[in-house]
Design a protein around this ligand. Structure first.
Ligand code: SF4
Length: 677
């Protein structure tokens, strides 16, 4: 069996895979992300390749249609809405599952030709707070860390990150490094005890959103104990004095930790030179997610623990191509190539390169606001690609109603029946993993190829091609005249080169002469370059910024705080992972983790059903009584959809509360009441 070298379609670790049309799946020993390792989800990919449930032909108004009619309908609806109501009356909602080539043309069409920034992505739910925090501190959305750093660190601090389930191969790499170097210390900071806590030497059970009090406390401790890097601060950072003064006003006990726990953590951090702080959705998915990111970055900047091997802050992305999407600017607040919509010079550079008729001068609607725009009638035509917002966004019932309110909705998907697809006027069959070619960027800025090893099923087409065909029908054929994904990638690389004059971080010149077919996994800007090693950042004065951050007020305890997250063996709304029987065997139905004392208070016994009531909906799930979840807190997985479990899916419960800077929903701190069902 011929095996094709490709990349896993699930998480942001971006593991290399050797895949065969017969379902053979092997870890790629030559891929620097995983060196042959795979997790349960990656290993089971061969069981997910059947065509059951696939969307194999276009549909218009619920009936099978040909491509010409379907594409004409999309182009006409968008053109009419733009003509009658202006460019901001249309929107794309895209996905971190898309390949970079898909993302690039979608962003180019919306921003450069339609003239709106109303393109946002489910990556808004994933890492938008990290993007905003990086930009505030560094001047650009630069992830300085690499996976190697995890293996060279003396102390790894995992904040709001259940790496063991959500980035399992990174967890395996840390476990292997710790086995080789038992002196390596791992601290897990999380309100919930998880599989990741088992690897850690210490689990610090903070209260939800207690991160800022903790890291402000650390900064204050560093200042009081002469552990700041004064020379680094003088030469490379601004804003240190007010930031430290602000931190000193806080009370680290508001983190929920004891004095002894705080002191042990502070002392270990300040006495260890090589510290990597890994953070993920527990940090990002918060009302104060961006501030949490900056509270962490403040500590690394204050001590110069950045830009060195085994050292630095490290945001790990949830989705396979959240990084690629932000590189090409596929978010409502970004321009292509890490450039800024609000900056006239940046706009001019991108517009000149695209030779486009227009470019938006203001940010578009971020995910939650985009669907509010659908609800209130602002959006007249909506195209959703490769994602299922009618179940995955907070207030999901409200989002479904909002989508129903849009006069024209197109959905591109691989599946015939999804909660979102059922609301579409036009369904466009997309090719999926193993059937399409393109690139993805993983959490350490490594661009890898996804390669097809299966034929396109039925009439399915790759997303980039569908988008280009609609663009051509809207009158922009020449600008979207790409024959292959390699052509799209070449233009993307050229666009980055054309805009590098602004001294940005996104230097992709290493790919300028790359052979797309043979492209090997490569980090930008170069495999051997370390960001910030020279102490230079991307603000105009070359310095990083420390930002004064105040901790949120301690939470009231009158209702439960519901944390939502992933199971080890499932991915998103289980479109693919739900097909593999062995993955379903791990945790087969929706459940809620509840502390024994809370269960007793509610007279709930093991396996009883519990009703969770939120401001926008309710859910009925099985009780899993465990001390993994603290008293007053609940945890439930977010995978089940309305179609899969009409009672047990959870996203209808959540209020659409977002971080005011990043627009990322606060999916970890939903307010609910609970009772025995
Ligand atoms: Fe795929 Fe992530 Fe598992 Fe690697 S760790 S095999 S990328 S799901």
């Amino acid at each position: 069996m011929t095996l094709t070298r490709t990349t896993c379609p699930y998480c942001g670790v971006g593991c290399g895979i050797l895949a065969g049309a017969d379902g053979t799946i092997k870890g790629d020993t030559e891929h620097p992300a995983n060196f042959g390792r795979l997790c349960s989800k990656g290993t089971a990919l061969g069981e997910t390749l059947d065509l059951q449930g696939r969307l194999l032909a276009p549909q218009v108004n619920g009936c099978d249609a040909n491509w010409t009619d379907a594409l004409d309908a999309v182009a006409q609806a968008f053109s009419t809405a733009i003509r009658d109501h202006g460019p901001d009356s249309v929107a794309f909602y895209v996905s971190g599952q898309l390949l970079t080539e898909d993302y690039y043309v979608a962003n180019k069409l919306m921003k450069g030709f339609i003239g709106s920034a109303n393109i946002d992505t489910n990556s808004r739910l994933c890492m938008a707070s990290s993007v905003a925090g990086h930009k505030r501190a560094f001047g650009t959305d630069t992830v300085p860390g690499t996976y190697d750093d995890l293996e060279h660190a003396e102390l790894i601090v995992l904040v709001g990150s259940n790496l063991a389930w959500c980035h399992p191969v990174l967890h395996q790499r840390i476990a292997a490094a710790k086995a080789l170097r038992p002196d390596m210390r791992v601290i897990n900071i999380d309100p919930r005890k998880t599989a990741t806590s088992a690897l850690a030497d210490t689990h610090l059970r903070i209260v939800p959103d207690g991160d800022i009090a903790l890291f402000n406390g650390l900064l204050s401790h560093l200042a009081q104990n002469g552990a700041l890097n004064e020379r680094y601060l003088r030469d490379h950072v601004s804003g240190a004095a007010p930031t430290i003064a602000q931190a000193q006003q806080g009370n680290p006990r508001d983190s929920g930790l004891s004095q002894a726990e705080l002191l042990e953590f502070f002392n270990l951090w300040s006495r260890t030179e090589k510290v990597v702080t890994v953070y993920s959705q527990g940090v990002n998915q918060s009302e104060c997610g961006t501030d949490k990111v900056n509270a962490i970055l403040n500590c690394h900047l204050a001590t110069g623990r950045i830009g060195k091997p085994g050292c630095g802050p490290f945001s790990v992305t949830g989705q396979p191509n959240a990084m690629g999407g932000r590189e090409v600017g596929g978010m409502a607040n970004m321009l292509a190539n890490h450039l800024d919509i609000e900056n006239p010079e940046h706009r001019e550079a991108v517009q000149t390169f695209w030779n486009s008729p227009t470019i938006p001068t203001h940010q578009g609607l971020k995910a939650v606001d985009l669907f509010k725009g659908c609800a209130d009638g602002k959006i007249k035509a909506l195209w959703i690609m490769s994602t299922n917002p009618a179940v995955s966004l907070p207030d999901a019932d409200g989002v479904a109603k909002a989508i129903s309110n849009v006069p024209f909705v197109a959905v591109s998907d691989i599946m015939a029946r999804t909660d979102t697809g059922d609301l579409a006027d036009v369904l466009l069959p997309a090719t999926g993993w193993g059937e399409k070619d393109g690139t993805v960027t993983n959490s350490e800025r490594r661009i890898s190829r996804q390669r097809a090893f299966l034929p396109a099923p039925g009439e399915a087409r790759p997303d980039w091609q569908i988008i280009c065909e609609v663009a051509a029908r809207m009158g922009w054929k020449d600008a979207f005249n790409f024959a292959t994904p390699a052509d799209v990638f070449a233009e993307y690389i050229a666009s980055a080169a054309a805009t590098m004059t602004f001294g940005r971080d996104l230097d992709l010149s290493i790919f300028a002469d790359a052979d797309y077919a043979k492209l090997v996994p490569t980090q930008w800007p170069r495999n051997d370059m370390r960001f910030f090693a020279d102490g230079k950042f991307y603000h105009p004065d070359g310095k990083a910024r420390m930002l004064p951050i105040s901790a949120p007020a301690p939470r009231t305890k009158d209702v439960f705080t519901l944390n939502t997250g992933r199971n080890r063996d499932q991915w998103h709304t289980m479109t693919r992972s739900g097909k593999a029987p062995r993955l379903g065997a791990h945790l087969a139905e929706p459940y809620v983790e509840i502390h024994p004392k809370d269960a007793a208070d509610l007279s709930v016994s093991p396996d009883d059903l519990v009703e969770l009531l939120g401001p926008n909906g309710k859910s009925v799930v099985r009780a899993l009584i465990t001390e993994r979840t603290a008293k007053g807190q609940l945890f439930t997985p977010m995978h089940w959809t309305r179609q899969q479990s009409s009672a047990g899916w959870v996203n209808a419960l959540a209020a659409p509360v977002v971080d005011p800077v990043s627009g990322q929903p606060a999916s970890k701190t939903n307010k609910v009441t609970a009772r025995k069902f």
